[in-house]
Design a protein around this ligand. Structure first.
Ligand SMILES: [Zn+2]
Length: 263
């Protein structure tokens, strides 16, 4: 078990390195495949393979470009480290199961989407669209393998109800606050999450958890003077956080919640 988790860590680092390419290039409309080599956003020089090793290169170069000395954002090693840790934790929780590849794909997209939403306040359909396609393929595969179509229906309902709920929250929110509360990107993201996790209890839990996380972090940011009561706070990272918590411990949390509520 531990060996598997250790093996998945460098794989996660490498995937995180690719996610960094997506995070940088997709919002500004660059192709994620061409040029295939990474380049310094400051001076444009191509980054050699030995300067592009996840985590290590950042530490060796002390966070600066070898050519022009421009600061490299700590977001790069942070995304790599988070992805590496997530892959290891998923293996420790699920082992070699059907959930493992599903949650690896979902988690990777959630990391990229969160980083982009924090920086640009958008959630690109270029990421959630393929995410939905892969999620649907996984669900269809499970239904075919088990000969039970209810898996697929449960996932489709999860996507539809999740997207519909966030859309409704957005409409109600914009009526109350007179400004856009949820973007279409949040609706699409929740639709994607629902396709991976299924309707019950996950989609309900993700919506509750994201609201709790969003309120706590929002209040903390206002208290710290980083945001005003009226400033825009991206919602994608909270949906992503809720989805990951729910993927790991959703059934346990939901069971405890029902007991507390007296069901
Ligand atoms: Zn440079």
């Amino acid at each position: 078990m531990v060996i598997g988790a250790l093996l998945l860590f460098p794989i996660g680092l490498a995937v995180g390195s690719f996610l960094n390419v997506c995070i940088y290039r997709i919002p500004i409309g660059l192709s994620i495949v061409k040029p295939s080599r990474s380049f310094c956003p400051s001076c444009g020089s191509t980054i050699s393979w030995y300067d592009n090793i996840p985590l290590l290169s950042y530490l060796i170069l002390r966070g600066r470009c070898r050519h022009c000395g421009a600061r490299i954002s700590p977001r790069y090693p942070a995304v790599e480290l988070i992805t590496g840790l997530l892959f290891s934790l998923l293996y420790l929780r699920f082992g070699l199961s059907v959930e493992l590849p599903e949650y690896i794909v979902m988690g990777s997209i959630l990391i990229a989407v969160s980083a982009i939403d924090i920086r640009h306040y958008i959630i690109p359909l270029k990421l959630t669209g393929p995410g939905m396609g892969i999620g649907l393929a996984f669900a269809a595969g499970l239904a075919i393998k088990s000969g039970d179509v209810s898996v697929l229906i449960e996932r489709l309902l999860g996507g539809a109800v999740g997207a519909g709920a966030i859309f409704a929250v957005g409409v109600i929110g914009s009526l109350i606050f007179k400004k856009e509360a949820m973007g279409l990107g949040d609706v699409e993201l929740m639709g994607m999450i629902g396709l991976y996790l299924g309707l019950y209890p996950h989609v309900i839990l993700v919506i509750l958890l994201s609201a709790v996380l969003g309120s706590l972090v929002g209040l903390a940011l206002i208290a710290a003077g980083r945001k005003g009561p009226k400033s825009q706070i991206p919602y994608g990272p909270f949906l992503a956080g809720g989805a990951l918590i729910s993927a790991f411990y959703g059934r346990e949390i939901w069971g405890a919640y029902l007991r507390v509520m007296g069901f």
